[in-house]
Design a protein around this ligand. Structure first.
Ligand SMILES: Nc1nc2c(ncn2[C@@H]2O[C@H](COP(=O)(O)OP(=O)(O)O)[C@@H](O)[C@H]2O)c(=O)[nH]1
Ligand SMILES: [Mg+2]
Length: 302
């Protein structure tokens, strides 16, 4: 067997922070690049709250992506934590993948990030996302505009949902990474425990199936996660935490219909993720004003 440094003589590896405005498509792109869903997505901004790590294994490289919450002006304690999480991921990275939504620009967030990246020695690659939503003819202008704003290592127009040019983007990121052996074993997809991913899938359904402030007032914790029948059946008990009593009725819905739908849809996705049958039991609880409560935030994983 060759020595380890010989075996990986021309191997590349590194951490890549995915940053951008809320809703730019960061989590959708991560799932697309990995070919697996590890980060939840929705039409609503600020779906992602934690740092989500996903490893992409290539023949000559390992790309370790850090999906982050969007960068925006935070007002409460939860949101300050969320933005800190995104900025911390930038500090941990070897390269930065800046993604913007060409169909719905968010200049506040975009220029905040551009400013944060000034004097950045590490390579920054720009992905111009959602090109499926704009006229082809306007793309050149957008590329020219952003090329003037910053010295990007590369600018790649993509569509994360359609998969357009995602392979080109991956090749460009691989090119920008430093030489080095892999950090994770080849079968590792993420460092996140299955319990966390299950709670996230429940939170995603709440983001998609409820409106107004409900998704933002929600946290999900897993109370128990038990394998039975040699791992063929998994029994999960989860609690949906809300901020106010008045929100309970909305989550539960008429004759429990909303909660039932949240339960069914998340169970189906958790089953797909775990490759096992899942028995999911949901509880609803009110933890008054948890978003401002540092102890509660810690308990809920923020
Ligand atoms: N049309 C279109 N929609 C996209 C594309 N990429 C992401 N989206 C949608 O944009 C919304 C926000 O995506 P998400 O990944 O949650 O954004 P994030 O907040 O940056 O992580 C979702 O509804 C996605 O389906 C794309 O390339 N084209
Ligand atoms: Mg996200």
């Amino acid at each position: 067997m060759p020595a380890i440094n010989e075996k990986y003589a021309d191997f590349k590896s590194g951490f890549v922070a995915i940053v951008g405005a809320p809703n730019a498509g960061k989590s959708t792109l991560l799932n697309r690049m990995l070919g697996e869903k590890i980060s939840i997505t929705s039409k609503k901004p600020q779906t992602t709250r934690n740092r989500i790590l996903g490893a992409l294994h290539r023949p000559k490289a390992q790309l370790i992506f850090l999906d982050t919450p969007g960068i925006f002006k935070a007002k409460d304690t939860l949101n300050l934590r969320i933005v800190d999480t995104a900025l911390a991921a930038i500090n941990d990275a070897d390269a930065i993948l800046f993604i913007l939504d060409v169909a719905n620009p968010d200049p506040d967030s975009e220029y905040f990030l551009i400013k944060r990246l000034q004097n950045e020695a590490r390579p920054v690659i720009l992905a111009l996302n959602k090109i499926d939503l704009i006229e082809k003819s306007s793309l050149l202008e957008i590329i020219a505009k952003w090329s003037k704003e910053y010295y990007f290592e590369d600018v790649v127009p993509i569509s994360a949902t359609a998969g357009t040019q995602v392979d080109e983007l991956i090749a460009s990121i691989e090119n920008a990474l430093p030489k080095g052996p892999p950090y994770f074993p080849e079968d590792a997809l993420t460092d996140l425990p299955q319990r966390f991913l299950a709670a996230e899938l429940i939170r995603e359904k709440i983001f998609r199936l409820t409106g107004e402030e409900i998704p933002y007032a929600t946290a999900v914790t897993i109370e128990s996660f038990k394998e039975e029948k040699e791992g063929k059946l998994i029994k999960i008990e989860a609690t949906i935490h809300l901020e106010r009593d008045s929100q309970k009725g909305i989550i539960i819905g008429k004759h429990g219909s909303k909660l039932k739908r949240i339960g069914t849809e998340s169970r189906q996705e958790i089953e797909r993720m775990l490759g096992a049958r899942v028995f999911l039991k949901l509880f609803v609880r009110v933890q008054k004003n948890w978003r401002k409560d540092t102890k509660a935030l810690r308990k809920f994983g923020y």
